[in-house]
Design a protein around this ligand. Structure first.
Ligand code: GTP
Length: 242
């Protein structure tokens, strides 16, 4: 492990809000967030520039609320606020683990976070700080996956690491179909044409147009962030040609 070298210099880690909830399925599990912070610490120690986008589904689901009758824009803004809570929680866990962290919010709330300023974010990363991008893109109708793609592009990330609860992308839901087959590699078009569960179409298209690879991997297995960053081929990579 001591000799491990990163194969990516600048990464954007996309965490779902649910990843923080653990078994509870709701809220923030302190043990889980501490574990994630420790894994991020190991990667930052390699000298990798690491930024994070977190969803908010463990606190509030905009889409679900809007399908239950709530105005979509209002529901999405509430979802964005949920991502701010998750970002502050991760900042706290990271700083307890000894990782310097800055939170930048797409919606200005200067009392609790820096506003999103691209050049400042890039500078923070150069100084070895983890930057957490909160409040999605700041716009309703855009998912946090799209925020992850956008921010990754803006800061010039080499790759998006999309953390999930399964080992990668399968041709069917592995929880329901025991014969489901995992893909090692996929093209953006495969994902879009077959409606595969990687990221939504807006986020995937943005990555395709800018040739930014996405690696879907299982966050629930200890050490996986480190493995992906040091080039172990786990999960599924989505790129130009499969
Ligand atoms: P350098 O100037 O590169 O050293 O970056 P820095 O982030 O250490 O300096 P800065 O003086 O900008 O920030 C010091 C602290 O204040 C950091 O923890 C920032 O996250 C925080 N900070 C900076 N701007 C804001 C803001 O607008 N709102 C809030 N809430 N915190 C801020």
């Amino acid at each position: 492990m001591a000799a491990a070298k990163p194969v990516y210099n600048k990464i954007l880690l996309k965490l779902s809000g649910e990843a923080l909830a653990g078994e509870n399925g709701f809220g923030i599990d302190p043990e889980i967030i501490t574990t994630i912070a420790a894994e991020i610490y190991d990667v930052v120690k390699l000298g990798v520039q690491l930024s994070v986008v977190i969803g908010g589904g463990n606190i509030f689901r905009g889409l679900a609320a809007s399908s239950a009758g709530m105005d979509r824009a209002s529901a999405d803004y509430m979802g964005m606020l949920a991502t701010v809570m998750n970002s502050l929680a991760l900042q706290d866990a990271l700083e307890s683990a000894g990782v310097k962290t800055r939170v930048q919010s797409a919606i200005e709330m200067r009392e609790i976070a820096e506003p999103y300023i691209r050049r400042k974010a890039v500078r923070h990363l150069e100084k070895g700080r983890v930057v957490i991008f909160a409040a999605g893109t700041g716009n309703p109708y855009f998912t946090t996956d799209t925020a992850a793609s956008l921010r990754a592009m803006e800061i010039g990330a080499d790759v998006i690491l999309k953390a999930t609860k399964v080992d990668g992308v399968y041709d069917a839901d592995p929880a329901k179909v025991p014969t489901a087959v995992k893909f090692d590699s996929l093209s953006y078009l495969d994902v879009l044409k077959n409606g595969l569960q990687v990221m939504d179409a807006t986020a995937t298209s943005l990555c395709m147009d800018n040739d930014l690879p996405i690696i879907v991997f299982n966050l629930t297995q200890a050490g996986n962030i480190f493995k992906v960053v040091t080039g172990e081929s786990i999960g599924t990579i989505v790129k130009g040609e499969s």
